[in-house]
Design a protein around this ligand. Structure first.
Ligand code: UDP
Length: 414
């Protein structure tokens, strides 16, 4: 498993750590439990990590040194991929291991897979998690403009990989339309959720555990603090909500989970938080918005249970684990009608869908869910039952079958 910039052991919700780290972690554990041995190769980023750490019996994380052992921006990770690959090869040679297959995550790993696969003579399976061309269409902030190199690498990986995993039918059609992927090579496999960890718990108990007011109405946002997550739109929507319904100003609170609030952590994200705080000030919402930084998934589960509604206002989203985790907790979702979110959230059944970037529509939907008790109960029930379909064991079944197919095809060629 190649996951150059997403370590499965990483602290989640900070800069560049989120759904992909969870996916690699859960899939590796799932495969190992089926007797498929997994080594995850990732860039060494945390000085407290050991070079090799066990994820589960049969699944290891191997940290590869390339560049300083700390956070570095993706451009620098990219510039050091040659070094990463050489170090990885040295490690594999020293251990004397051989692999049957490469499963690569994100475009940075695709560049490494491309160098290793011909040397090792093994098939490659690629999952992008987000696609550069899709992101480019959705973004306006210059700093996040996706590089031409990224798009080139994605195009090559689409052409050369033995199979592509897409998290939704929407991603599959993006691969076909934007990257000319062969439909025969695409396996559509939605992500999973741990329904034991994310489960409905009484709201009063969750609020008590978190020390929150029992009377407030709580809107929850969870995710990396980046423009792509639509957090600016959500703050404008909250401002709009309070303009239409001034009475709600005394009751409704938005809790923002995620992001590095400590400047020593991830400086660029802190800047974004400062920008958002200015937006909060513009809308006079200082008493209504709390930024609490990132939390681990055990604590996050309590936040989903404490919330009345979870807002997922992303500008683009290949899948949207946060929406699924909220649903598993029995908390309705108000999400944008983009990417995988349209397949995860069933409009009127487990949440409401609104157009991306439309703060007025988002405000209306939030108002409906917050003020219509019957609707909220209906969506809460639908949310949990829909989430139960998405298990990691189902993901494991799909990936195991894909490995078998790809290896059989390779065997037939030789
Ligand atoms: N997450 C977390 N703590 C945080 C913020 C996020 O554990 O403070 C996790 C969350 O549970 C989810 C993942 O990060 O599993 C975010 O995944 P999603 O697919 O929603 O977004 P991505 O990061 O892939 O864009």
């Amino acid at each position: 498993m190649l996951s150059v910039h997403a370590c499965p052991l990483a602290k989640l919700g900070g800069l560049d750590s989120g759904g992909m780290n969870v996916y690699v972690r859960e899939l590796s554990r799932e495969l190992a439990s089926r007797g498929i041995e997994v080594d995850v190769f990732t860039r060494w980023r945390e000085s407290g990590d050991e070079r090799i750490q066990e994820l589960a019996p049969g699944a290891r994380v191997v940290h590869i040194e390339s560049g300083p052992i700390r956070y570095i921006p993706k451009t620098e990770v990219f510039a050091r991929l040659g070094e990463f690959t050489a170090e990885l090869e040295r490690h594999v040679a020293a251990e004397g291991r051989a692999y049957d297959l490469i499963h690569s995550h994100y475009w940075l790993s695709a560049a490494v897979a491309r160098r290793l696969a011909p040397k090792w003579r093994v098939p490659t399976i690629q999952m992008f998690h987000t696609l550069g061309l899709v992101k480019r269409e959705a973004m306006t902030e210059e700093a996040d403009a996706e590089s031409d190199e990224r798009i080139d690498i994605e195009r090559q990986a689409v052409r050369e990989s033995d199979a592509l995993v897409a998290a939704s039918e929407i991603e599959a059609s993006e691969l076909m339309q934007l990257y000319a992927a062969d439909p025969e090579h695409i396996c559509v496999l939605p992500c999973g959720v741990d329904t034991d960890l994310f489960r409905p718990v009484r709201q009063v108990d969750a609020r008590e555990a978190l020390g929150r007011d029992q009377c407030e109405r709580l809107v929850l946002f969870v995710g990396r603090i980046e423009q792509i997550k639509g957090i600016d739109v959500l703050l404008d929507a909250m401002g709009e909500l309070f303009r239409r319904r001034p009475d709600l100003r005394h009751e409704v609170c938005l809790v923002v989970v995620g992001g590095a609030l400590d400047a020593r952590d991830d400086a660029p994200e802190t800047e974004k938080v400062l920008e958002l705080r200015r937006l909060v000030h513009e809308h006079r919402m200082e008493d209504n918005v709390d930024f609490i930084g990132s939390v681990d998934q055990q604590r996050l589960a309590l936040w989903y249970d404490a919330a009345d509604v979870c807002a997922v206002p992303s500008l683009t989203e290949s899948f949207g684990l946060v929406a699924l985790e909220s649903m598993a907790s029995g908390t309705p979702v108000v999400a944008t009608r983009v990417g995988g979110l349209q397949t995860v959230v069933a409009h009127g059944e487990s949440g409401l869908l609104v157009p991306a970037g439309d703060h007025v529509a988002l405000a209306e939907a939030l108002e409906r869910v917050l003020t219509d008790h019957r609707l909220r109960m209906h969506l809460a029930h639908g949310a949990r039952s829909r989430a139960e379909r998405y298990t990691w064991s189902r993901v494991g079944d799909g990936i195991e079958a894909l490995y078998d197919r790809v290896l059989a095809e390779r065997g037939a060629e030789v």
